[in-house]
Design a protein around this ligand. Sequence first.
Ligand code: URA
Length: 222
Amino acid sequence: MTDRDRRAEELSVLAAEAAACVACDLAASRTHVVFGAGDPDAEVMIVGEGPGRREDETGLPFVGPSGRLLDRLLGEIGLERSDVYIGNVVKCRPPGNRDPRPVEIDACKGYLRTQIQLVDPAVVVTLGNFSSKLLLATTTGITRLRGRAYDWWGGRKLVPTYHPAAALRGSARVLAEMQEDLSLVRSILDGNLRSGPDLEPPGGPGSAPEEPPAIEQLDLFS
Ligand code: URA
């Protein structure tokens, strides 16, 4: 069995476990558990917030309009959806797309942690305020967080960016900044970015806050 096959098999065992999960109240209102999908051996893992309506209907992550934009942005850095692994902080849709509650995140965190350990990506990309703040254990918002790569859990890089839904709401600036953030991911994959907590933002010096926001190790991942 190849290493890739082993990761795939362990992910499908975990997905089957998640499919039967009733650890929080979201189980009562979900149609499908949206465990995650993609290359079990991906170099890049994308982490969204939680399934929306289309994802709940289909059981697959990012299949609605946000997913189509995500595909386009990945394409611009030479990646297909099948090259990455996509998951969410919570695997069941919060009713009305509200933010997941602490008790729901707590109930679900083991799935995300194990997914990251199994896929073992070099780069984790968090989409939006919610997953970025959570995985970076900070109260700093995405507008200040984005534009740089952070040294993260297990020697990985974490690149926070906006949620595609924010770009779809119509801001050309948000879209351009998402493109900058994804070009950072390309640079990391190409080995063109030195490591360290104070990586230069893609727009050059001065385009990001002078002081990096305070980042602690998230207890989900310690
Ligand atoms: N938004 C998310 O955060 N995740 C999805 O899977 C779909 C939309």
